[in-house]
Design a protein. Structure first.
Length: 302
């Protein structure tokens, strides 16, 4: 946890440093004025918590407002060091963006508790930032987009795939495939690399099952839907192993690009019942659901 102390009293700063050392915290960076602090922060220094003297010349509230305008420290916890008789200044500084305060007559247990809360806030902010970056990466790579993987014989767009089910193909078998770590690949890859990975996986699936009449469509989120006249001759877990071995041929390429190798899962074959016709959307949904609730026995959709 990196700390910045902004306090104009050298004696108090010395006591505070000794207390932080006893608490097992690293030695903080220290500045005596708002100008020094802003120069340090403006140079790109980042801190997990800022400890600020409420009596700082120029006003702690004014500095809080300026700190909150810095992109890197718009949400950094600011812990005020306050005297009891400074209630008005304290309220103004809290309104200006300070997070919390402790008495200048510091109690070590109270300081540990306040800094522990600041550390939790910092960790949560980092997790949120990491999630935002990951979601941005997934969106940029088209992870949730059922973009067509074209250029391969036997691959069609998802809308055409659904039309094929609607118009005279309700007796066929629907089969779902999922790249289990597609999200991790999309987060680490460029859009072009992610699309190349989808094309590679589709080509491997088709090479194995195209002779049995498979047509394939990308359904988004690293999942493919397949349509066949009859269930595959191999059971799902056996088919997944066979396809996995074929995908491993390009493992050196993924390693060279520092990308995770695709892990392919195969769902159970799903067919409409003999007496009840299923909608294409329901058949596709049930086929994709088998990837999330594996069951070794094939099922018939009614």
């Amino acid at each position: 946890m990196r700390l910045l102390v902004i306090d104009h009293d050298p004696a108090f700063v010395l006591v505070l440093r000794q207390m932080l050392d006893r608490l097992g915290l690293p030695d903080p960076d220290c500045t005596a004025t708002a100008r020094e602090a802003l120069r340090l922060l403006g140079a790109g220094a980042r801190f997990d918590c800022i400890i600020l003297d409420l009596d700082l010349p120029g006003g702690a509230a004014a500095l809080c407002r300026r700190l909150r305008l810095l992109p890197e420290h718009g949400a950094t916890p600011i812990l005020l060091i306050a005297r009891p008789q400074k209630d008005g200044d304290l309220a103004e500084a809290l309104a200006a963006g300070a997070s919390d305060y402790v008495s200048r007559q510091i109690d070590p247990l109270e300081l540990r508790a306040r800094l522990g809360m600041a550390a939790r806030l910092t960790d949560e902010r980092r997790r949120s930032r990491a999630l935002a970056l990951r979601l941005h990466g997934l969106a940029a790579a088209g992870f949730g987009d059922p973009r067509p993987v074209l250029g391969l014989d036997g691959v069609m767009e998802l809308a055409a795939f659904e039309d094929r089910l609607r118009h005279g193909h309700t007796g066929q078998t629907a089969l779902a495939f999922r790249i289990g770590n597609a999200g991790a690949i999309a987060a680490a890859a460029t859009a072009g690399q992610y699309h190349d990975m989808l094309t590679h996986v589709a080509a491997v699936i088709l090479d194995r099952l195209r002779p049995e009449g498979l047509v394939l469509a990308h359904a988004g989120q690293g999942e493919f839907m397949g349509l066949m006249p009859a269930p595959p001759t191999e059971r799902p877990h056996v088919l997944a192993q066979v396809l996995g071995l074929r995908l491993a041929d390009r493992a050196p390429i993924y390693d060279r690009l520092a990308l995770p190798r695709p892990i392919l899962q195969v769902g159970k074959p799903m067919r409409p019942g003999l007496f009840f016709r299923s909608t294409p959307e329901r058949l596709i949904h049930r086929a994709r659901e088998t990837l999330r609730r594996p069951d070794p026995a094939p099922q018939v959709l009614v």
